[in-house]
Design a binder for this molecule. Structure first.
Ligand code: OGA
Ligand code: NI
Length: 337
């Protein structure tokens, strides 16, 4: 299959190709978007009660938060980003070995979206996706290049898994669920999704990633120190400032529904910049496809008394999400009681 990765050809172009220019009403615009001054930042190395309270509040008011002092070393984060940079800078012939748009493939390297061939306008990004847990079952499908890929990405996956458990326990407790309630089937899959946004000749006309809510339980994103992430807050796009060594945590659609709207899922997107390549390392915490989902209360043991949404299996949700083209409002409406 022909390798269409932006990273494989963008160094040879000075102007943005027509097929990457969005219609005027969808462009990120000329005006620099202010970075969110009130962005919720939570120190994980502090008083437990304070963390609970801050996570709950941020989840309600913003639908996302940044975590600092999370326990993952700066060295590991830097090594991880540099391995992915190297991966996306390999010669096109090397990259071609991993190129796959089949969403069922165990390791996917593709550009823009899986729907590339039917898109009106392409996104200025490449993506590498594979599962991480359990490690021994998934590692054989990972790239073997760069030479330290498996070693570094294993370490990163193991450390993020620990952080995911911490976050999931805090969210569980904050919602009044039993400790570990959000673990198990609700957090069955740990999917790594790495985005590479090469420097873009005209960031005002292009987009790195479409506006969306994450459909899963929650997402842990490491965005390094290059700006590009925006959230939709009170109808306005606002930049999420990259903080050194911080993780951005997004409340996913499933957490909004399970919590009966106590926590909110936030709409976000990625923009590009003309100077620096940007790597963002997403880890999606995803329910098993047969997982039963509904708004719950009483330590998570019973259905909520006044549920806003009907119950469903996670795979049904994904199907609905796909038929509504990822429009979260439309999906919520579909499950509303
Ligand atoms: C995602 C996502 C944002 C970014 O992968 O779901 O929202 O900054 N990424 O790359
Ligand atoms: Ni996202």
């Amino acid at each position: 299959m022909e390798n269409k990765l932006v990273s494989s050809w963008c160094k040879n172009v000075q102007t943005l190709p027509e097929s990457y220019i969005f219609p005027p009403d969808e462009r990120p615009g000329e005006i620099a978007v202010p970075l969110s001054g009130s962005s919720p930042i939570i120190d994980f190395n502090t008083d437990h009660a304070l963390i609970l309270q801050q996570v709950n509040k941020a989840g309600q008011d913003f639908g996302y938060f940044q975590v600092i002092n999370h326990g993952i070393s700066e060295t590991l984060l830097e090594e991880t980003v540099s391995v992915f940079k190297e991966f996306f800078n390999m010669p096109a012939e090397e990259q071609a070995n991993y190129y796959s748009v089949d969403p069922n493939s165990k390791c996917r390297l593709y550009t823009s979206t899986y729907n590339y061939s039917n898109e009106d306008t392409h996104y200025w990004r490449d993506n590498l996706t594979h599962n991480c847990h359990p490690l021994e079952d998934n590692l054989p499908f990972w790239p073997e290049k760069p030479a330290n890929y498996r070693e570094v990405v294993s370490a990163y996956s193991v450390e993020t898994k620990k952080l995911i458990t911490k976050i999931s326990d805090v969210i569980s407790e904050g919602l009044g669920f039993e400790k570990g309630y959000l673990g198990g089937e609700l957090s069955k899959v740990q999917l790594l999704s790495v985005n590479y946004y090469p420097p873009c000749p005209d960031p005002n006309l292009a987009l790195g990633m479409h506006s969306h809510c994450d459909p899963n339980l929650f997402t842990v994103l490491y965005q390094g120190n290059v700006y590009g992430l925006q959230i939709l807050k009170d109808g306005k796009w606002t930049g999420v400032e990259p903080l050194p060594n911080a993780f951005v945590v997004f409340i996913g659609c499933q957490l909004q529904i399970i919590s009966n709207d106590k926590l909110k899922s936030v709409t976000h997107r990625a923009v590009t910049n003309p100077k620096e390549a940007r790597v963002s390392v997403g880890t999606f915490v995803i329910p098993s496809s047969d997982c039963h989902i509904e708004p719950v209360s009483d330590l998570g043991k019973t259905s909520t008394k006044n549920p806003l949404y009907k119950a469903y299996q996670y795979k049904e949700f994904l199907h609905t999400y796909a038929t509504k083209h990822g429009d979260f409002e439309a999906v919520l409406q579909f499950y509303k009681l």
